[in-house]
Write a protein that binds this ligand. Structure first.
Ligand code: C2E
Ligand code: CA
Ligand code: CA
Ligand code: CA
Length: 268
């Protein structure tokens, strides 16, 4: 890496083609980013496997830094979670989604929901329920158009409080899905105990579905089990037609991945 101009804390990583922040600098920059709302929401289509039509979109945050360009969530979310800033960022994202929902529907009247990632701290944040109630009123929205994605790892802490909040969120009329399914430790327990509508099968199962018999068998079994529990299944990270076709044969309900579309900013 080479040093850039007057900033001693910024390094340019040639291999990744992106700036590397020190942790302290990142936290400072994030504080400014929150004040100025430098976050943009990208939307990636989630496609009905059978009809091959867009069913909904997952909202994925991008940080557009005024000098350093686009910073991916993998770079800043772990730091924002550790510093506590993720709660504020997430609320900006949620509001942005609510704000954009009518535009998304007008662009694609058949779409049924926007799916928003909710972090561990975001779930147990004291005012989350009130925050969502206020937003529904402010934007005059039907909660059935919003889905929240929670990951298994986000549920490890404070499980009682988490289940309580998720139950409330469901009662309000929002949908709920379990993200990155299969990568955590107590997956089956969560399938049983959380008020879920969907599970999202992690990309790591899909990657080798064509060549690895065991991955294929796992995917098949997870889809069957989920269906028996009354849950819909989304296959994540689908990049090829062959992967799509295999998932369709296994009766996976929805497909998400570069094969159908990358996350993109909303056109206006
Ligand atoms: P995730 O929730 O599992 O989101 C899916 C990630 O996989 C996204 O990465 C998406 O761009 C990527 N992806 C989708 N299809 C494909 C594919 O076919 N191939 C490959 N290689 N990748 C694919 P992204 O946008 O970089 O987000 C990374 C993670 O950051 C997300 O993983 C999620 O955990 C977190 N994240 C993103 N946006 C938000 C947000 O608004 N709030 C919270 N709390 N977390 C977010
Ligand atoms: Ca997700
Ligand atoms: Ca995922
Ligand atoms: Ca993931």
């Amino acid at each position: 890496s080479k040093s850039k101009g007057k900033s001693q804390f910024v390094r340019y990583n040639d291999k990744l083609g992106e700036y590397v922040f020190s942790q302290a600098d990142m936290i400072n920059q994030l504080r400014i980013a929150i004040e100025r709302n430098e976050f943009v929401v990208y939307f990636q289509p989630i496609v009905c496997a059978k009809a091959e039509k867009i069913s909904g979109y997952e909202a994925l945050v991008r940080w557009i830094h005024p000098h350093r360009g686009m910073i991916s969530p993998g770079q800043f979310i772990p730091i924002a979670e550790a510093s506590g800033q993720m709660i504020e960022i997430e609320q900006l994202i949620i509001e942005e989604c609510f704000k954009n929902l009518k535009l998304l529907i007008s662009l694609n009247p058949e779409m049924k929901y926007v799916s928003i990632n909710l972090s561990a701290r975001g779930i147990i944040e004291r005012n989350i329920v009130k925050f969502l109630e206020n937003l529904l009123l402010k934007y005059n929205l039907d909660p059935k158009f919003i889905e929240f994605e929670v990951t298994e790892s986000s549920l490890l802490n404070n499980i009682e409080r988490t289940v309580e909040v998720l139950d409330r969120i469901k009662e309000m009329g929002f949908k709920l899905s379990l993200d990155d399914f299969g990568t955590g430790f107590s997956s089956l327990n969560y399938l049983k105990n959380l008020p879920l509508d969907k599970v999202k099968l992690d990309k790591s199962f899909i990657d080798n579905i064509e060549t690895d018999e065991r991955d294929h068998l796992m995917v098949k079994s997870i889809i069957e089990l989920s269906h028996r529990l009354g849950l819909l299944v989304v296959g994540e990270g689908v990049e090829t037609k062959n992967q799509r076709d295999l998932l369709y044969i296994l009766e996976c309900d929805f497909i998400q991945g570069f094969y159908y579309g990358r996350p993109e900013p909303i056109a206006n």
